[in-house]
Design a protein around this ligand. Structure first.
Ligand code: ZN
Length: 433
């Protein structure tokens, strides 16, 4: 089975779980992530008590939901949480009451322009109760007395997040963060969770890692704020990172740059997307979106970008019941994972070298690096890469610099450097030299 199909199976299994920014839905999802990462590395699950101050915020009370429904005047269930968990306003306080339709309507959310879809709505920080339903169902509700029931608890408990740390040769860390707080929605964001889980597996399986990697599986906004508040003294080790989401739809890849705009992570992602031969989107940082806005707040200013497929809010299925299992594809998930791995390859392989034969070109043919007979394009391109690396390995230029300047794929430049190292025409520069 391909990694894409494995990820799709993971998504199908996690899809029915009702997640929120706190509660058992997140815990069950984290247990699935831990199981999928397997014995490679532990997924540490942290519980932060309600009421804990985290910078300007407070960890909220924990929300548990067991059931919710609306019965029409004839006693028929017209909205049922057991059928679709998007039906309940996420974080609804409990209620059991009877009321006329006109009063009930002030607690109902629909999408008149997408009359068959159920919207996804939340009310984390303002106590409220409510239901989400298709506009078509709403328009067919007869007048009369309705019974509403939300069997939920909002009480002191904790906020739960998962963290997975992969030690590398360096203490410098790559941060990989994704939100785990959405209920039955596939692209936003079970796709991000699946790709990050499989990325952690792939990196853990590597025999050598230059960087250390820190994976965060956190509730959106309050999760990253909580992590930053609890790890302030460790943040300096984060060299760069990415926020993952919306990685399973059939749209092209899209990169939102870090706040700095020209950090190594920005250049690495653009090098990979540029060499892919596929169309892609790119935009500058804006202070809204996912958790990159917390990582990039001025007090931290971490070089964290966001690599997605179609960005949030720009596809009609976004935050609706149409973001379902039919909306995400194994090939898209697999392509997203491959792109993340290629970006990590650039970061891992981006080093500076010194040409040990800098006076005129070395004789490559004698070292088996030059074709005896010319003509094939692949051979020509390999030789070009060798010449680029030799010429710019002056101790100043990194391989990413050379890839950008030559317009060649980073992987080709990296391969050329490896070949030249083999025949001792290059020496690696010390980090920071
Ligand atoms: Zn969302």
């Amino acid at each position: 089975m391909s990694a894409g199909e494995d990820m799709l199976r993971f998504i199908a299994e996690a899809y029915p779980i009702c997640r929120s920014i706190t509660g058992d839905g997140v815990r069950r999802t984290l247990a699935m992530i831990g199981e999928s990462i397997g014995g490679r590395i532990p997924l540490d699950v942290h519980e932060v008590p309600s009421g804990t101050p985290v910078f300007d915020w407070t960890v909220p009370r924990e929300w548990s939901i067991r059931d919710a429904w609306i019965k029409d005047p004839s006693g028929r269930k017209v909205v049922d949480f057991q059928v679709c968990n998007l039906h309940v306003l996420n974080y609804s306080v409990p209620i059991h009451a009877k009321m006329p339709l006109e009063e009930l309507k002030t607690h109902l959310f629909t999408l008149p322009d997408k009359p068959d879809l159920i919207p996804y709505r939340t009310s984390y920080y303002k106590e409220a109760w409510g239901f989400c339903l298709s506009h078509r169902v709403l328009t067919e509700l007869p007048d009369g007395e309705y019974e509403v029931f939300v069997d939920s608890t909002l009480a002191d408990g904790s906020l739960t997040y998962g963290e997975c740390f992969l030690q590398g040769e360096s203490e410098r860390e790559i941060l990989l963060s994704t939100h785990v707080c959405h209920p039955s929605l596939c692209n936003d964001n079970l796709s991000g969770i699946a790709v990050m889980t499989w990325l952690a597996r792939a990196l853990a399986d590597r025999p050598r890692r230059r960087y250390s990697y820190r994976f965060l599986f956190i509730p959106g906004t309050i999760g990253s704020i909580t992590w930053l508040a609890r790890n302030e003294e460790r943040v300096g080790r984060i060299a760069q990172g990415l926020v993952a989401a919306n990685l399973g739809d059939s749209g092209t890849l899209h990169y939102k740059k870090s706040r700095r705009g020209d950090a190594e992570i920005d250049r690495a992602v653009l090098a990979v997307l540029g060499a892919s031969g596929e169309p892609f989107g790119v935009e500058d940082f804006v202070p809204f979106g996912y958790d990159e806005r917390q990582y990039a707040s001025p007090g931290f200013n971490l070089a964290v970008g966001s690599l997605t497929r179609t960005p949030y809010g720009r596809y009609p299925e976004y935050h609706t019941s149409a973001d379902n299992l039919g909306f995400v594809r194994a090939e898209s998930l697999e392509g997203s994972l491959g792109t993340y791995l290629a970006v990590m390859d650039v970061l891992e392989g981006n080093r500076r070298y010194l040409n040990l034969n800098p006076k005129c070109e070395p004789q490559l043919g004698r070292r088996g690096l030059y074709r005896a007979i010319g003509g094939d394009d692949a051979g020509r391109s390999r030789e070009l890469a060798l010449l680029w690396v030799l010429n710019f390995s002056d101790g100043e230029h990194s391989l990413l610099d050379i890839a950008e300047r030559s317009g060649m794929a980073f992987a080709a430049i990296r391969e050329a450097a490896d070949a030249l190292l083999q025949v001792e025409l290059l020496r690696e520069m010390e980090e920071g030299a």
